[in-house]
Design a protein around this ligand. Sequence first.
Ligand code: FRU
Length: 494
Amino acid sequence: MKLSFTLLLSMLILNARSQNELYKEQYRPQFHFSPAKNWCNDPNGLVYANGEYHLFYQFNPYDNVWGHMTWAHAVSKDLVHWQHLPVAIPEENGIMIFSGTCVLDKNNTSGLGKDGKAPMIAIYTGNGDKNQSQCLAYSNDNGRTWTKYSNNPILDLHEADFRDPKVFWHEATQKWVMCVMLSVQHKLQLYSSKNLLQWNLMSEFGPVGDTSSVWECPDLFPVPVENNATEKKWVLTMSMAPRMQYFVGEFDGTTFHNENPANLVYRPDYGGDYYAAIGYNQLPSNAQPVMIGWINNWNYANDIPTTPWKGAMSLPRNISVRKTGSNWLLVQQPLKELASLRNSVLQLEKYNVSKEKDAGFTGTQFEMQCTIETATKTQAGIRLAYGNNQYCEIGYDAAAQKLYIDRSKIANSNFNNNFKSASRFETSLAPKKNKLKLQVFFDNSIVEVFANDGEAVLTAQIFPGKEQQGIKLFSQSGSTTFFDVHAWEMRSAW
Ligand code: FRU
């Protein structure tokens, strides 16, 4: 086909223009990862290899709704700035590439390496007609190009819901371990392998905890105990739409033993928009574990009013555990390197607030930290995206000892009734010596709240009007002192 010069020129100009406008759209997160265009869901194959953090993710190459699932790919040197790469593993012959894992096969146990170099191995769920099986693809160029293994699938139980493998190397027993879900049965299965190709069932875990919807996206990894240089516990995370849950205990190389009370449900995130999170494989040995989740919710994910993309990744979260009474709690802290995006600091120090007070700065792209001295009966916190009598409220109800996000006063919620009705999220949280510490990130349409140094986290999307730029502190049923108030405008990572 011959293109006329003017047609070619106008196509180039159009393309350049749309490139310039990308990442400047209303609601576009500026310090969270999102694809340039089209739909994304779960993070996949998080692995650190040869100096790069890889982020693969569920992606539709053709549209801005779920479908044609393919692994897209981005890399980063710092988990803050990302470079998009071409699609990694595409849908083919009616087999969609569902979620999974990546490892660097350092000793070439699979034999799929080339020229003495370690291959990268992806193990994902091949989603076919009423059958989900585990398949393998490999790369000998740092994940840039991939070949599907000729003897796929590598694990097939002829089940319609058998998915989301996570594979890691278990040093103590010198073998690969795979966690994978029998989703409808609410069972995690653990397999072992010497070569990533043949897998043997070792044990099962579940049903237990939240079984209100099918189990998906498991992960199992050792995590440091907070303020303890030597002790580690094993954390098992999983997703059951629209929420996640976790267990903390021990993994002996064969079986996972939960050490938290089995009648309680523990969530990594108590907001409405954190799902399918998994951890990084093969981080440097001194690094703290890092998890990333998908910021969206299957109850309305396809309808959120963002274009030309849908879906984003959470801030990378550092993970440890803390013992509180008889509970092991997950502690999550936003990656420290995010501070490199902080702009001007507003050091506001101390405030006494009764009813409502301007925070002294405005905007839709910031990090804010403060400590609230909790009185017995007050509800106090931050109102952001304030304007036209609308706002999103992040508050602590001292009488109920609950931390919450309430997005009911943001008018733009009619795009989906499930979104409209899921307007308030909360979790129980005790103050520490009558104090509650908040770290809030607002990124145009994403609110992520870390409380008491990461003991509770809530994530929610909001879609405010352009004029809603205000930020206020509030205190109801009495006045509240806010200490150590700091805020930073955040620069774009794009
Ligand atoms: C979780 C999930 C996974 C599946 C993928 C398909 O969000 O349903 O179980 O592999 O999304 O896109």
